[in-house]
Design a binder for this molecule. Structure first.
Ligand code: MLT
Length: 412
């Protein structure tokens, strides 16, 4: 008899975005004539950049010819993409990394979910709250989160509340923890950290021997010079931080799947006897065993983002989403809603009006305005009373969604 990993039984029965999809489907069945506008899951709507499509066509042609066909690629990724990353994402910001510190993957979700495999199950951990659910769920799966309390919090997780009072930017924990997940620009609140604010976290990690998992999936949305794109812009971060990047929101790869993780050689964790072990070779070993690399065609597509025309095209799409964010923010604020985020970030964080709970606000917008958001409570206890909207919609639909929400508020 096989014994089940009982930690899985502690998970909520379905993943947040699957739960929302089910509720939306129920609405569609009972209201087949209504046109829903989806600003819930952060999925992009604009097509791939022409430079990306062209690169994929070329790669498909190569794969179709005997002389240029490629089978298994390197598990860590092809050199051509790694070199483009080093040059464009890091050297351009004065950050020196080695090719063997970059690991190409099929996206940030897999890497944020899998990286914890390198660490013992009983490390203590902290998360900002609300938070991207993958950080908590993946730790529940291996038993690291402990037990769920009546207040919905996990016993071995330190929650760092992000509230209107602290501008959704918490201080590092008052005590030491082994592991902290950070995501900036933040999903779900759409807030960002300045250089000085991010430095506080790196200094905490250096002082407390803490490992930071820094999810930079939304860095392409940063426009302000004082907001760092990479945690390695902060001195000392290479000793304490793993950075995870994604092309999903940068270049519309949500369906194509590609991202990468940086594991600097200096980042270590300890054995029980106190010996320091570099995590870079362990992650490489893990990838070789469990991952056969991102497809050649996809990596050529990602490489094209770094060409002059690719950069221009991708920036135009990000500008489009940032303009959506501006239209949303201004329209919703003018209707009397309290709105955060949406600057240097593709997410807006709305205070539910009239003291509605997150899920009640979600339901009312779905049933009365036919607009789908994501209830803040789904991202953690401190998300209660909020709703997240994404700026990844089509422009006309986004404008129509804002018009509908304003009408729902009684503002025309
Ligand atoms: C989100 O909506 O939070 C993201 O799109 C989910 C993801 O990237 O996995």
């Amino acid at each position: 008899m096989a014994l089940v990993n009982e930690h899985f039984l502690k998970l909520q029965s379905s993943y947040l975005f699957s739960d929302i999809a089910k509720r939306v489907n129920t609405f569609k069945v009972t209201h087949p004539k209504e046109k829903i506008i989806r600003l819930g899951i952060g999925d992009v709507t604009q097509p791939l950049a022409p430079a990306v499509v062209e690169a994929m066509r070329g790669a498909v042609e190569e794969m179709g010819r005997r002389e240029t066909f490629r089978g298994y690629g390197p598990e860590q990724g092809y050199d051509f993409l790694i070199e483009a990353i080093l040059k464009n994402d890091y050297a351009s910001r004065g950050i020196r990394l080695e090719p063997s510190e970059i690991f190409i993957s099929d996206g940030a979700k897999s890497d944020t979910g899998n990286i914890g495999e390198l660490l013992r199950w009983d490390n203590s951990m902290a998360i900002t709250d609300p938070v991207y659910p993958v950080y908590v769920d993946s730790n529940i799966m291996c038993g690291r989160s402990g037990e769920r309390g009546e207040n919905g919090q996990w016993s071995n997780v330190t929650y760092l509340p992000c509230t209107a009072e602290n501008g959704f930017i918490p201080e590092p924990p008052a005590h030491r923890v082994d592991l902290i997940y950070l995501c900036y620009p933040n999903n779900p609140t759409g807030t960002t950290l300045t250089r000085a604010q991010l430095k506080k976290w790196v200094d905490y990690a250096l002082a407390n021997d803490t490992l930071l998992i820094f999810d930079a999936a939304y860095e392409a949305y940063i426009r302000d010079a004082d907001v760092p794109h990479s945690i390695y812009e902060i001195r000392g971060a290479k000793r304490v931080a793993i950075e995870i990047r994604s092309y999903s929101k940068t270049a519309g790869f949500t369906g194509l799947r590609c991202g990468y993780t940086v594991v600097p050689k200096e980042v270590t964790a300890a054995t029980l006897s106190g010996e320091r072990v570099a995590l870079n070779p362990l992650w490489s070993r893990r990838q070789c065993t469990k991952f056969n690399g991102t497809s050649y065609i996809t990596q050529r597509a990602a490489e094209a983002i770094y060409t002059p025309e690719g950069k221009r095209q991708v920036k135009a799409t990000i500008d489009y989403y940032l303009e959506n964010a501006r239209i949303m923010r201004e329209g919703l604020k003018a209707a009397g809603l309290t709105v955060y985020g949406g600057v240097n970030a593709p997410y807006l964080w709305l205070r539910a009006p009239g003291g509605l709970s997150s899920w009640r606000f979600f339901d009312r917008l779905l049933y009365e305005a036919h607009v789908v958001g994501t209830p803040g409570a789904g991202f953690g206890p401190s998300g209660e009373g909020y709703l997240r909207l994404t700026a990844f919609g089509d422009r006309d639909e986004t404008a129509e969604a804002i018009r509908r929400i304003r009408a729902w508020m009684g503002v025309y």
